[in-house]
Write a protein that binds this ligand. Structure first.
Ligand SMILES: [Zn+2]
Length: 445
């Protein structure tokens, strides 16, 4: 219960939204000031006007040559390693700008440093527990969607939407921090990748995609360690006399989630869960009062059902907006049981996609495999490392995908050590830890 209390108290900084479609929208939103304590959010007030016009006031900094800008900080003395990391960030950025056409530049605050020395995030005796780092949206903004539902958008995506006037953005859209102590292999290294090395670009690119908004809101916010039921992000306000619970808010990614094989939209379940606000009222003396009420409500059964779906293979998919054909749904990762925050749901199904051109957003990337290896095994998709289904997802969320991919460079292939019939193994020992830990930062928004 302590954890629940702590968590809900953190939620008192959440979002209050008053919506007047096509008029002034008054919004309170939050930052992520501390990468390691993502739940600390500072409310910010601003107003902006949503219009159908495609004009933007930010065309002045629209520069097609540099639409994914990396502001790189290196916190270690090893200049050679710093340089490799900088180039890795830049190459990942180039892959993204070769795939997505940005209306306004996305700006990444990227840093590479020793987590143990600087942040006291030290690994235990074995490196499997080393925190590799991650990337997340610096700020998320609640917007009313065309279905009338308020959802969270990452700032990078809001910048791409056709508003006449934009809110005051934070200086950075994506925060990316990576640990210099991890045994990375860098493109351009003289020696081929070793079996215990991780390709830096592969991880950076994967994390950048999360930073662009590829992340589900569904989690057990009242018990991350031992999930009992899933909801979108709870939104609450602190009042002098208690707290006001305002409902659960999905991410834009979640708008397109469907149950398989039925095709029912997961958003319908979010709506059912949110009926608790009307049924039980918004005001609670304490966070625990709310949690107790919620857990004994009929709405909570929907949360439990969601957890069941999220831990049962082939139960959830992402249906792109250009199709109604359920067979074109992208299968999401729901094989992990128990549910694993940050690995479950917000990734492509590993077994379905690991040997395909959509390998990038599976929750495991094998050590000893370069980005070029993955691309080679999956048939050298002409669209580059961002596969056709991932392109559909990014396009559905609102990014403009380029028709033609011109590769900024050719990643190295080290597959001479594999047989020609090699398939990607499930040698998961190292990376699972990396991704599990990374994801904690991603749960966001
Ligand atoms: Zn991931």
């Amino acid at each position: 219960m302590m954890n629940s209390l702590k968590f809900i108290i953190s939620l008192i900084f959440f979002v209050v939204i008053i919506i007047f479609p096509n008029k002034t929208i008054s919004i309170k939103c939050f930052n992520h000031p501390d990468f390691f304590e993502f739940y600390k959010r500072n409310p910010i007030n601003y107003e902006f006007i949503k219009k159908r016009s495609l004009k933007t006031k930010r065309t002045s900094f629209n520069n097609n040559n540099n639409n994914f800008q990396i502001e790189f900080t290196c916190g270690i003395d090893d200049k050679i390693l710093c340089d490799k990391a900088r180039k890795g960030f830049e190459s990942a950025g180039q892959i993204i700008t070769s795939t997505i056409s940005f209306r306004n530049p996305v700006i990444v605050n990227a840093s590479f440093y020793n987590f143990c020395k600087t942040d006291n995030q030290c690994s235990s005796s074995n490196d499997n527990n080393m925190v590799a780092g991650g990337a997340n949206p610096t700020k998320t903004i609640a917007l009313t969607d065309n279905d009338g539902i308020v959802r969270y958008y990452p700032q990078a995506l809001v910048k791409q939407l056709p508003f006449e006037r934009y809110p005051d953005f934070e200086p950075f859209d994506i925060s990316a921090k990576f640990n210099s102590e991890v045994n990375y292999w860098f493109e351009g290294d003289k020696l081929p990748i070793k079996s215990d090395q991780t390709d830096f670009i592969l991880i950076i690119l994967h994390e950048f995609i999360h930073g662009l908004g590829f992340v589900s809101s569904w989690n057990d916010f009242f018990n991350f360690a031992n999930p009992q039921g899933l909801t979108p992000v709870p939104s609450a306000d602190n009042l002098n006399s208690g707290m006001s619970f305002n409902g659960f808010i999905e991410n834009i990614f979640d708008k397109y989630l469907i149950f398989l094989p039925s095709g029912e939209y997961v958003s319908n379940v979010a709506a059912k869960i949110n009926t608790i606000v009307n049924e039980k009222g918004k005001f609670y003396q304490t966070p625990e009062n709310f949690i107790t009420t919620f857990k004994s409500s009929s709405q909570y059964q929907q949360s439990e059902m969601m957890l069941k779906a999220a831990t049962t293979s082939f139960s959830l998919g992402f249906l792109p907006n250009n199709t109604n054909n359920l067979s074109e749904a992208i299968i999401l990762e729901t094989t992990l049981n128990p549910f694993r925050t940050g690995s479950s749901l917000g990734h492509f199904d590993l077994k379905t996609y690991m040997n395909t051109s959509d390998f990038l957003m599976t929750y495991i990337q094998d050590p000893g495999m370069t980005l070029g290896d993955y691309m080679s095994i999956s048939g050298n998709y002409t669209g580059g490392p961002i596969g056709p289904k991932l392109r559909q997802i990014l396009g559905t969320m609102g990014y403009v995908i380029k028709d033609v991919y011109i590769s900024p460079y050719t990643p190295s292939v080290s597959l001479n050590k594999f047989s020609t019939a090699a398939t990607i193994s499930s040698n998961i020992g190292f990376m699972i830890f990396i991704f599990t830990t990374i994801i904690i930062f991603n749960i966001l928004i």
